[in-house]
Design a protein around this ligand. Structure first.
Ligand code: HEC
Ligand code: HEC
Ligand code: HEC
Ligand code: HEC
Ligand code: HEC
Length: 192
C-alpha cells in the first residue's frame, strides 16, 4: 500500500465521526422491522412476484445495468393492467381486506390523472455511503440474500438493518484474496 493510500483513510476518520453524529438521528429511522410502510396503492409483491411469477428484473429493470435498480414506471404497470382489470374478489393484504379489482382501479385513476405514484422508500442508505447494485448482482448475489423472501411479502419491509457491520461482514466472507479483502474493507470503498 502506498503511503498516501494509508494516510488518506486516517485523515478521513474525524470527518466520518462528525458525519456519524450527524447521522445518529437518521440511524433510528433505519431500524429494520417486519412492518413495511403504507403505500399509496396496496401493491403486493406476493401476488406479482409470487403467484404470477413475474421476474424481479422485469420490473426492476436496471439491477444489472446501473447502480440503482429503479422502481417501475406507470407505463410498465399499464402494459399489463390495460388488459388485466383484476378479479372482483377480496384479498387479505397485511391484515386488511382489499378488493383486487378496486385496488387496480386506483392505479388506473392515477394513470387517467397522469399523476405519478409517490411510493415510499423502504431501503435507503445515508448519502455518505456508496452502494452499487450492479456490482453485487453481477457477482451472483441473489436478491433474497439482501432483501429476504420478497416473493412472499405483500408489503416489502426491510430485512437487514443496513448497518456498516453487515456490509463489511459479507465483504470479509466473500473476498477472493487478500488484495480484494483490503479493497472491500477500505473506508473509501464505501465512503466518499
Ligand atoms: C406482467 C403483468 C403485470 C405487471 C407489469 C403489473 N401487474 Fe399488477 N397484477 C397483475 C396480475 C396478473 C394481477 C392479479 C389479478 C387478479 O388476480 O385478478 C395483478 C394485480 C394487481 C393489483 C391487485 C392486487 C394487489 O397487488 O394489491 C394491483 C393493485 C396491481 N396489480 C398494481 C400494479 C402496479 C402498481 C404495477 C406497476 C408497478 C403492476 N400492477 C404491474 C399483472 C401485472
Ligand atoms: C410487477 C412489478 C414488480 C415486480 C415483479 C417486483 N417488484 Fe419490487 N417493487 C415494485 C414496486 C412498484 C415497488 C415500490 C412499492 C413497494 O415498495 O411495494 C417495489 C419495491 C421493491 C423494493 C423496495 C424498494 C425501496 O423503495 O426501497 C424491493 C427491495 C423490491 N421491490 C424487490 C423486489 C424483488 C426481490 C422482486 C422479485 C422477487 C421484485 N421486487 C419484483 C414492483 C415490482
Ligand atoms: C448485496 C445486497 C443486495 C443485493 C444482492 C440486492 N440488493 Fe437491492 N438494495 C440493497 C441496498 C443496500 C439498497 C439501498 C441502496 C441505496 O440506498 O443506495 C437496495 C435497494 C433496492 C431497491 C430500491 C431502489 C431504488 O432505486 O430506490 C430495489 C427496488 C432493490 N434494491 C431491488 C433489488 C433486486 C430486484 C435485487 C436482485 C436482482 C436486489 N435488489 C439485490 C442491497 C441489495
Ligand atoms: C451478501 C454479501 C454482500 C453484502 C451484504 C454487501 N456486499 Fe458489497 N460487495 C460484495 C462482493 C462479493 C463485492 C465484490 C463485487 C465485485 O466483484 O465487484 C462487493 C463490492 C462492493 C463495493 C465495491 C464495488 C463498487 O461498487 O464500487 C462496494 C462499494 C460495496 N460492495 C458496498 C457495499 C455496501 C455499502 C454494503 C452494505 C449496505 C454492501 N456492499 C453489502 C458482497 C456484499
Ligand atoms: C462495505 C462498506 C463500508 C466500509 C468498507 C466502511 N463503511 Fe462506514 N458505513 C457503511 C454503512 C452502510 C454505514 C451506514 C450505517 C448506518 O446508517 O447504520 C456506515 C456508517 C459509517 C459512519 C457513521 C456511523 C453512524 O453512527 O451513523 C462512520 C463514522 C463510518 N461509517 C466510518 C467508517 C470508517 C472510518 C471506515 C474504515 C475503517 C468505514 N466506515 C468503512 C459502510 C461501510
Amino acid at each position: 500500500m502506498s503511503k498516501r493510500a494509508k494516510i488518506l483513510p486516517l485523515a478521513l476518520v474525524p470527518v466520518l465521526v462528525l458525519l456519524g453524529l450527524y447521522f445518529k438521528a437518521y440511524e433510528k429511522a433505519a431500524e429494520s422491522s417486519t412492518k413495511g410502510p403504507q403505500q399509496p396503492i396496496l401493491f403486493s409483491h406476493k401476488i406479482h412476484a409470487g403467484e404470477n411469477q413475474i421476474p424481479c428484473e422485469y420490473c426492476h429493470s436496471y439491477v444489472t445495468k446501473s447502480p440503482k435498480p429503479g422502481i417501475p414506471s406507470m407505463q410498465k404497470c399499464m402494459g399489463c393492467h390495460l388488459q388485466v382489470a383484476g378479479r372482483d374478489v377480496d384479498y387479505e393484504y397485511d391484515g386488511k381486506k382489499i378488493n383486487i379489482k378496486q385496488e387496480i382501479q386506483k392505479l388506473k385513476d392515477y394513470w387517467d390523472k397522469k399523476t405519478p405514484i409517490a411510493w415510499t422508500k423502504v431501503y435507503y442508505l445515508p448519502d455518505h455511503v456508496h452502494f452499487n447494485h450492479k456490482r453485487h448482482v453481477l457477482r451472483g448475489i441473489e436478491c433474497r440474500t439482501c432483501h429476504g423472501d420478497v416473493e412472499n411479502m405483500d408489503v416489502v419491509y426491510r430485512v437487514p438493518k443496513l448497518e456498516m457491520g453487515w456490509c463489511i461482514g459479507c465483504h470479509e466472507q466473500n473476498a477472493r484474496n487478500e488484495e480484494e479483502l483490503t479493497q472491500l474493507k477500505d473506508c473509501l470503498t464505501c465512503h466518499y
